[in-house]
Design a protein around this ligand. Sequence first.
Ligand SMILES: [Zn+2]
Length: 227
Amino acid sequence: MNIIKTDWNWAYGLSKRSSTKYLVLHHAAAQVASAADVHRWHLAKGWAGIGYAFYVRKNGAVYAGRPLDAIGAHSYGYNAISIGVCAEGNYEFETMPPAQQKSLTELVAYIQKKYGNKLVVVQHGDLMPTACAGRNYPFKAIKGGVVADKLVKAGEYPLLKDRMLGYVLKELDGKNPVSLKDALGFRVTPESWGDPAKRLAWRISGRLAGVEQTAQPTVELYEALKK
Ligand SMILES: [Zn+2]
């Protein structure tokens, strides 16, 4: 992931955050908008300039906005304790292009790492009543996708497929007896969980089996894993 730096002209000085709790994901609510467009819009609101720390275009290009440690302007009431990341597009009705989703996934992991994997990743609408980042925004994938990919990388965990097969089978039987930790045979760090651990299990299983991730374990998933 390459981060494109721009020398933004700030209308006034930025202040630094003293603590950081949230990483807030937004959409631009505009189908086409450059980082410079957003900077201009935010200046017009009387703000210092682009309010996000990062802006990701549909082609996957990642632009640095405000310095990562600066207070942003993106989530009223939470700016002093959060980092804002915005995606070009309107994900209330559009579908996110894969290149953009990939960059956002990498970017979230990159920021998390800088903050010791302690940030709570949320969508704007989790903090206040707003449709942002849109109902089609692939939040769970962006939040938890990196780990699944890492785990699935060939050869990294040779027993993973067998273990997930066993896990899926037991889920299908309604037994649900093993924790994901036991199924995987190693600890997965909390930052990777996204939502309930099971979602990660389906994601991993889907990647291993080469099928779409499902919300539930399915016979198809099991059959695909067996191959
Ligand atoms: Zn927003």
